[in-house]
Design a protein around this ligand. Structure first.
Ligand code: ZNH
Length: 141
């Protein structure tokens, strides 16, 4: 459960990302693949050094899904249900990868927003993204 103040932090940061999903998402993936090369094994179809167009297009889809989550903070389970099925049953992404993505997400935010990205905003985003990850990984068995 997010507090009223945490919701404000989520919304404020999302306002700065909205409309720039592709470049933010591409940078997120590039950081993920570079810092944690094992994550690339899930994206073999993107190639060894994925070209910018592919990074942009997958990055946009990923961040658009985060945008959907932002609009449904109180109802993540329902809003992300099809995506949870996809990750658990089709992609079978090891849940240990989610904290790695969340880590890179926060670095992307910090590097772009700099001083605007306050300690409280980071804490709220960490909690929110962990909530998204819980939903995306809970259909595994
Ligand atoms: Zn994921 C896909 C989101 C995490 C891997 N994804 C995807 C999509 C989306 C997402 C939206 C698309 C879908 C469709 O198309 O329908 N993810 C997401 C999110 C997250 C994630 C939101 C967190 C937060 N993923 C993840 C991880 C991994 C992954 C961690 C590993 C590492 N995904 C993936 C893959 C795919 C996806 C492999 C597929 C791709 C293609 O198809 O191209």
């Amino acid at each position: 459960m997010l507090s009223a103040q945490e919701r404000v932090h989520i919304a404020q940061v999302w306002d700065l990302i909205a409309g720039h999903e592709a470049p933010f998402g591409a940078e997120l993936l590039l950081r993920l693949f570079t810092a944690y090369p094992s994550t690339k094994t899930y994206f073999t179809h993107l190639g060894d050094s994925p070209d910018q167009a592919r990074l942009l297009s997958h990055g946009r889809r990923l961040l658009e899904a985060v945008g959907v989550a932002v609009q449904h903070v109180d109802n993540l389970r329902a809003a992300l249900s099809p995506l949870a099925d996809l990750h658990a049953h089709v992609l079978r992404v090891d849940p240990t990868n989610f904290p790695l993505l969340i880590q890179c997400f926060q670095v992307v935010l910090a590097s772009h927003l700099q001083g605007e990205f306050t300690v409280e905003m980071q804490a709220a985003w960490d909690k929110f993204l962990m909530g998204v990850a819980v939903v995306l990984t809970e259909k595994y068995r």
